[in-house]
Design a protein around this ligand. Sequence first.
Ligand SMILES: NC(=O)c1ccc[n+]([C@@H]2O[C@H](COP(=O)([O-])OP(=O)(O)OC[C@H]3O[C@@H](n4cnc5c(N)ncnc54)[C@H](O)[C@@H]3O)[C@@H](O)[C@H]2O)c1
Length: 270
Amino acid sequence: MAALFYRKGEMIMTNLILSGCSGRMGHVLEALCRDSPEFHVVAGFTLLRGEQREFPVYTVPLEFTGTADVVIDFSNAAALTPLLGFCTARRVPVVLATTGYCQAQLEEIAAAAEQIPVFRSANMSLGINVLLDLVRKAASILGNDYDIEIVERHHNKKLDAPSGTALMLADAAASALPVQPEYVFERQSRRQPRSACEIGISSVRGGNIVGDHTVIFAGRNEVIEIKHSAMSREVFASGALKAARFLVGVARPGQYSMTDLMAQEISQAE
Ligand SMILES: NC(=O)c1ccc[n+]([C@@H]2O[C@H](COP(=O)([O-])OP(=O)(O)OC[C@H]3O[C@@H](n4cnc5c(N)ncnc54)[C@H](O)[C@@H]3O)[C@@H](O)[C@H]2O)c1
């Protein structure tokens, strides 16, 4: 690893790079770190040239020559290759919170995780990860007898659709169903009734909605809805800081997720 910790008084500090520092999430993370005795931002990566911040900003990650304990990335799927190039060359663990990766990029991430610790989650909130467990449980009990529909709602600036979280929720339900469902993203071109074996996923974009996800289990004469609403981006930013703390502690190459983080939190609470 490039660096471990340094001490400021009694506090162990973690040196952090914010990838995507000029974005919405980057600003929220910066504000949390400013108030934190634990995290110190040593650099930011962004697409925007000439940004003046409290830390040095780079458009090319490898131009940063300092040391860091961990990178948190809330940027864009297109930033992946140079970011992983930097992290593997400098042996810096990375928390990937960006969404919208294609299959080839997921393979790139898996290859990097053979060299460095990589934490990836399309949703950093603990609440959504509880929702995933609830959805798995409901699907295992209700099976293919209930129609599953997922509705996600986000702000009007979001680039990818459906959200990475909606896909995680669909995967959670599918993993618990006896017959594997087809994911249906639009019905306009289909002039046919819904089949029993599908999961419909709908995206709503508008205003400044931070992120809502509803999973609907519609049966004969009853409907169950399980919903999560993020009220503020802080929920994702503080989850990403928890993930960074976890990753620095793990220090072994591999792919990690919220499941690992939650398992660690439960075992520490026992
Ligand atoms: N995992 C989660 O919990 C979670 C929560 C919120 C957002 N997100 C995801 O995080 C990402 C960022 O969200 P945001 O709302 O802050 O976006 P944003 O558009 O406000 O900011 C994007 C940032 O990435 C940088 N960037 C864009 N393209 C780049 C490229 N090709 N190379 C390098 N940098 C690039 C921009 O300069 C900017 O700093 C999105 O993928 C979003 O879906 C994930």
